[in-house]
Design a protein. Structure first.
Length: 457
């Protein structure tokens, strides 16, 4: 049995978000590298000097910086990939995440000693494959998302020296270990390089027919925006973390396109629960509940727990009753001329669940007026004088009041929105660098008109 405490691995798809992840307690922050990562569309670290500065800042908080270079290169990518690897030799990164055998060879050419982590994209599913990669000198395997705890435990027993990393929170791709080709087909843009646009979460009008039930069409439930046939529920394993920790060396948070508030909240929640489990100290429900404060789809625990009740299979003993329980009420529609009646069943899907919250991020920049410090603040939603807002810091959660707001010309503002630039705010609490804020639904509810002035991240 392993004895080390599993590290928390968090996303840093911009300089600010990488710093927030490290500051809020992630021991490792993975950052995307230009032209060599699968999800470059969401990445803002497109300058090599900024990327190197990001690594430096991650280190300043005692965390490690992992470079995500997990592209599956095609012919036209080969020269670019090698050029990028060469540029990163002096980046002081702590590890590189890769997927492809040729990229492995190229990384080793320029980084002979750096620890290498095998991406989940490689779909490592068994201990023999893990042993193969260990023989090649790989330090960590990011497990395929199809694995459950029993399988991960068995892998650890067979290859105890290999570090195992598992996803515990975030968006789930509907394809096999995230190998999406749907966007390639629909737009001609490489979804599995750096152009993923979450085509699996677009709205579709679809009916499904299972071959042994001809004429019985399963129509997915819709809202005003359409159906979400392929849109999976979001992964959340925080309630089962105690079952996961004994067999893994790292737990990974995924949510690359969200805000600083997202990454700060999730790192804080998972770190608090992990530390409570390891030390045997009480877990604060308010901190654990941060996973529910952020906007999210309905949660599930993915394949890790392997609760078969979540995956109805086989023929039910009472098809009518269980059909209604699993799929919703059945409805029979009149048949077209010359055809038999068609039965349709509504199936519940994982469409977005929006949890409206006001949030923003402080910077370390401030101005002084009348002997008081006004800190620069980037609002992501409406914020106004007198508003009481919860704030999140690495070491605390509390409530503050917005006393005053100034624009960049030091003029008074009653409120600011996400379209208001260079805002400085005075609060009744001493705010530290890069604290994040959110509006608790129970405090100062605001009108729907105001709530829609700024789009949700």
């Amino acid at each position: 049995m392993k004895t080390s405490i599993p590290t928390i691995v968090a996303p840093g798809w911009s300089y600010k978000k990488a710093v927030v992840a490290a500051k809020y307690g992630a021991e490792e922050v993975y950052i995307w590298v230009p032209y060599t990562s699968l999800r470059m569309r969401q990445n803002t670290l497109r300058d090599f000097e900024i990327l190197k500065e990001t690594v430096t800042q991650i280190h300043s908080y005692g965390a490690k910086a992992l470079l995500t270079m997990n592209i599956f290169p095609r012919n036209q990518d080969i020269k670019i990939f090698e050029m990028v690897v060469e540029k990163l030799v002096d980046s002081w990164a702590d590890a590189i995440i890769f997927s492809d055998l040729w990229t492995f060879k190229t990384i080793r050419k320029y980084f002979p000693d750096i620890p290498l982590h095998l991406s989940t994209q490689t779909s490592t599913l068994n201990y023999s494959a893990v042993q193969f990669w260990q023989d090649l000198g790989i330090k960590r395997i990011v497990c395929a998302r199809e694995l459950n705890i029993k399988e991960i435990k068995e892998i650890k027993q067979h290859v105890p020296a290999m570090e195992l990393e598992v996803f515990v929170h975030g968006a789930m791709c509907m394809t096999y270990s995230g190998r999406c080709l749907l966007w390639d087909y629909m737009s001609g843009r490489a979804g599995n390089k750096w152009e993923c646009s979450h085509a699996c979460r677009f709205k579709y009008k679809v009916r499904l027919e299972e071959e042994r039930r001809p004429g019985k069409l399963y129509q997915l439930e819709s809202d005003q925006q359409g159906s979400y046939m392929m849109s999976s529920k979001d992964l959340c394993v925080i309630d089962h973390l105690k079952e996961v920790l004994p067999y893994v060396d790292a737990i990974k948070i995924e949510w690359r396109s969200k805000s600083e508030f997202y990454v700060g909240s999730l790192v804080k929640a998972y770190k608090h629960v992990r530390d409570g489990i390891i030390s045997g100290t009480p877990i604060d429900p308010a901190i654990q509940n941060l996973v529910n404060v952020i906007p999210h789809r309905e949660y599930r625990d993915g394949f890790l727990i392997n609760d078969l009740q979540q995956y109805p299979e086989g023929e039910p003993e009472n098809p009518e009753a269980e059909s209604k329980e699993i799929y919703g009420e059945s409805e029979t529609k009149p048949a077209e001329d010359g055809k038999k009646e068609i039965s349709t069943v509504t199936k519940t899907t994982a469409w977005p669940m929006f949890s409206r919250n006001y949030y923003g991020v402080f910077s370390d920049k401030f101005i002084e007026k009348d002997g008081k410090k006004y800190y620069e603040f980037t609002p992501k939603e409406v914020i106004e004088r007198g508003m009481k807002i919860k704030y999140l810091a690495p070491d605390t959660m509390d409530t503050l009041e917005v006393i005053d707001i100034l624009d960049n010309e030091w003029k008074d503002l009653i409120k600011a929105t996400c379209n208001t630039r260079s805002v400085y705010i005075l609060t009744d609490k001493n705010i530290q660098w890069r604290e994040t804020l959110y509006k608790d639904p129970d405090i100062n509810d605001t009108s729907n008109k105001e709530a829609t002035e700024c789009p949700m991240d």
